[in-house]
Design a protein around this ligand. Sequence first.
Ligand SMILES: NC(=O)c1ccc[n+]([C@@H]2O[C@H](COP(=O)([O-])OP(=O)(O)OC[C@H]3O[C@@H](n4cnc5c(N)ncnc54)[C@H](O)[C@@H]3O)[C@@H](O)[C@H]2O)c1
Length: 351
Amino acid sequence: MPRIVDADLIALVAALLEKVGSAPAEAKQVATDLVAANLKGHDSHGVQLVPRYVLNTEAGEINPNATVSRAFGEGAIGVFDGHMGFGQSTGRQVTAWAIETAKANGMAMLGIRNTHHLGRIGAYAEQAAAAGLISFFFVNAVSGVPVVAPFGGADGRMGTNPVCIGIPKGDAPLILDFATSAIAVGKVKVAYNAGKQVPPGALITHLGEPSTDPAVIYGGGPRGALGPFGAHKGYGLALICEILGGVLTGGGSNPPADTARKAIVNGMFGFVVDPARLGSLPAFAAGVEDICRYVQDSAFGHVLLPGDPERRSAHRRHDDGIPLDDVTWGDLVATAERLGVPVPAVTEGVA
Ligand SMILES: NC(=O)c1ccc[n+]([C@@H]2O[C@H](COP(=O)([O-])OP(=O)(O)OC[C@H]3O[C@@H](n4cnc5c(N)ncnc54)[C@H](O)[C@@H]3O)[C@@H](O)[C@H]2O)c1
């Protein structure tokens, strides 16, 4: 399994995105966010997406260098059109607006529609937390035939629809960020690429039978579906994401009008809140520390806080290099060769 230094991977991805028309600053930012997902352990939302982003850009499904515009709302309320730009850029632009707005008004209410894939949603919660702000995001994902079955159903009707909440806490914010499917669909792809099974309970076949085989989604045969996490609870949240992220923002909910379209389209609804406007900031910060310490003092002392696994992974992978499965690396190399971009050195053979 190749292992690559994060700075080299950012440079490679940025060069690929520049080849399809992204300006250097945007290409570097999108590349940095994709590699950050790998650093934080979420390979599903990292560079394995790059060949698809490149193809989608070449096909006119992504508009490089798009600037968001307010489509609806005024004051502290804004629904933004992403003009099908790179979602990592759209998300950063709208979160920056929300931070500035929440600092001025106490809160901002945001919607995003018509953007390509927003990637790892925790990036925006981290952006808000770094400014001392609480954030909530509800996202729907519309991309081809829906892949997540509702609780009690047997075929895909919704996207993997992530929910994300961020709470500032010194330099280690709480970032709760997860797909409402049993696992992220990108993790099914990563497992398929690596020839691995996924955990029991994650998948059903096209006949509605439980399966751990990622070929149920990616094998090319009759397509199965992902289940929701947490049975009826995850299903309920996924449905709410369709309504808030898709219907309320005007971005649209599943199914897409054209299931053959290759773009990954996200809709996002969220709030960014300044805790200083709801009471004493020192009391809030102390209370967050107290409850977190109390929870972590539970027997055995192995309790992590949301955001801890990602911080640990980022330190480790920054020091040791980012491991990429052979299919992901092979696809990146093939894309680089096709576009005439030099490929950096990797360390081979490390599991
Ligand atoms: N843009 C999209 O359309 C889209 C769709 C789906 C998912 N995603 C992204 O995929 C990523 C992965 O989602 P996922 O569902 O695979 O995440 P996951 O199941 O790995 O859960 C991650 C969350 O759980 C926390 N966590 C993990 N282990 C923990 C522990 N032991 N103790 C405390 N907290 C713990 C993490 O800090 C994080 O907040 C997310 O970043 C999400 O935003 C994006």
